[in-house]
Structures are given as C-alpha cells and as structure tokens.
Design a protein around this ligand. Structure first.
Ligand code: SAM
Length: 240
C-alpha cells in the first residue's frame, strides 16, 4: 500500500519508522511518503494560512499549496494510468468517526493520501477540488478537537497499517481483538499464575479449551456491557 501524508509538521511522523510499521516499510509492504506542505508555497515566508473571509478568530489554510500538493501526490500518472483513484482523507473533528470497520475498509485500498489540517482548518474548496482526483473522506478520531491532523493521521495509519496482510506476524492475533466482532476483548493473563496474591482465573489453567472459549466469550459480553454498552445492539447480550 502507498500512503502519502501532507503536513506542515512532517517530523511528527518519525515515530512511524519504529516497530511493525517501520518493518513494513523496510520490507516494502508499506510505501509511506511524508511531505511538507510548505514545499508547495512560493513566497519567502512559505505561507500556508490567511485570515478567514467573513471574519472570526484564527487562520485558515490557503487553497493554493493544497492544490499543487494534491496535483502532485494524488493526481500522479500512476493513478491516472492505472485508473485507480486514491482515497484522500482529511482528518477533521467534523467528519465521520473512525472505527475498526473504517480501518478494515481503508486497509483494502492501494493508495491513501492524508491531508493534515492546522489552524481553523482548510479552505472548503480544497475538499471539492480533491473530489476530482479521488474519493474524499473527512474522518474524525473522536468527539474532541486536536490542534492539527497529524496525531489523528498517525493513529489512522497505525490502525490501517497493521491490517495490511503480512504486517502483523500472526494474523490470528488480529481476529480476536476488541471491535473485530463488535465486542471488547476478554481479559488476558500471563505467568506467574499468582502475582501479589492475585490469581489467574482457574479456567485458564484447566486445559479445557471449550471451557476457556466459553469463559472468554462471556467475559467479552461482561466487559462490553460494563464499559461500552453502546456497542451492544438491543437484545444481543446473550449473557445478561
Ligand atoms: N475549526 C475546526 C472545527 O471546529 O471543526 C477545528 C480545527 S482543528 C484546531 C485543526 C485541525 O486539527 C483540523 O483541520 C483537523 O485536521 C485536525 N483535527 C482536530 N480535531 C480532530 C479530530 N477529532 N479528528 C481528526 N482531526 C482533527
């Protein structure tokens, strides 16, 4: 998968050279290209923002650098010739909320472009223009406001990247995780069996695989009901 990121703070993404996603880049599973939006400015100060029409607090990101940057990374000949338009994602607190389902969907795409907003956001016409180059998605990390799109983009790239086949060594470990089946994951334990007078549940030491599977399933419902009842559709809690 190819991922282009446009940001005025490209060094935020240095962390993505670590761990599994770093390895995915060195083995060629992930082609991550982080670019400085200011490279597409032409003035001495490399300006990317201006005052909002209509007044109001804060600054708005100018459309010109975004247009040139998107022309280059999203309108590239690869996509045009192959007929495969990129998916262009603008992190935004006013977008659809990112979930594991979104990550699964985006992990099937060949080319993602992330445009990281700053200040009060990006001139609205950029989103309309980007729709000529690819599928545009405005995606929120959650119902709160961050200073910029960088942290949201990193979170999304990590969630999407680990779903690319081969990135996580044992694909089985992806299946039983929280949100994969609409429930939270069951509790996990490792050695020692007793630690600071706290024992691992007996069933996990029993060697009875059916009993362990049943206990884990029950714990998924208990946890989800307690912590995230909003995830349980009415009547679906078979253990209530
Ligand atoms: N004025 C905007 C609003 O009220 O919707 C918020 C702008 S915010 C200070 C600057 C940038 O941070 C946004 O353009 C977006 O890229 C990013 N951002 C902030 N909160 C976010 C969230 N919850 N999810 C994704 N991106 C977010």
């Amino acid at each position: 998968m190819r991922i282009d990121v446009l940001s005025i703070f490209p060094s935020y993404f240095d962390g993505l050279t670590l761990s599994l996603l770093g390895k995915a880049q060195s083995t060629g599973l992930l082609d991550l290209r982080v670019r400085d939006l200011r490279d597409w400015t032409s003035d001495r100060h490399r300006t990317v923002d201006d005052t909002p029409y209509g007044g109001g607090a804060g600054m708005v990101m100018k459309p010109e650098p975004w247009g040139l940057a998107l022309d280059e990374v999203a309108g590239s000949s690869d996509d045009a010739e192959g007929g495969r338009r990129p998916t262009i994602i603008f992190p935004s607190p006013a977008g659809e909320v990112f979930t594991q389902k979104t990550a699964r969907d985006l992990a099937t795409r060949e080319h993602l472009v992330f445009g990281c907003g700053r200040y009060e956001g990006i001139d609205e016409r950029v989103f309309e223009f980007a729709a000529d180059l690819g599928e545009v998605r405005l995606i929120s990390l959650g119902d709160y406001v961050l200073n910029g799109g960088e942290v949201a983009t990193m979170a999304m790239i990590e969630a999407i990247g680990r779903l690319i086949p081969g990135v996580v060594g044992n694909p089985e470990s992806l299946v039983e995780e929280s949100h994969e089946d609409g429930l939270l994951e069951y509790p996990s334990y490792t050695k020692p069996a007793s630690w600071r007078e706290r024992a691992v549940p007996d069933v996990l030491l029993s060697g009875n695989h059916a009993a362990i599977a049943a206990w884990r399933r029950e714990q998924q419902f208990v946890r989800t009901r307690t912590r995230r009842p909003d995830l349980l559709p009415d009547g679906e809690d078979e253990h209530s």
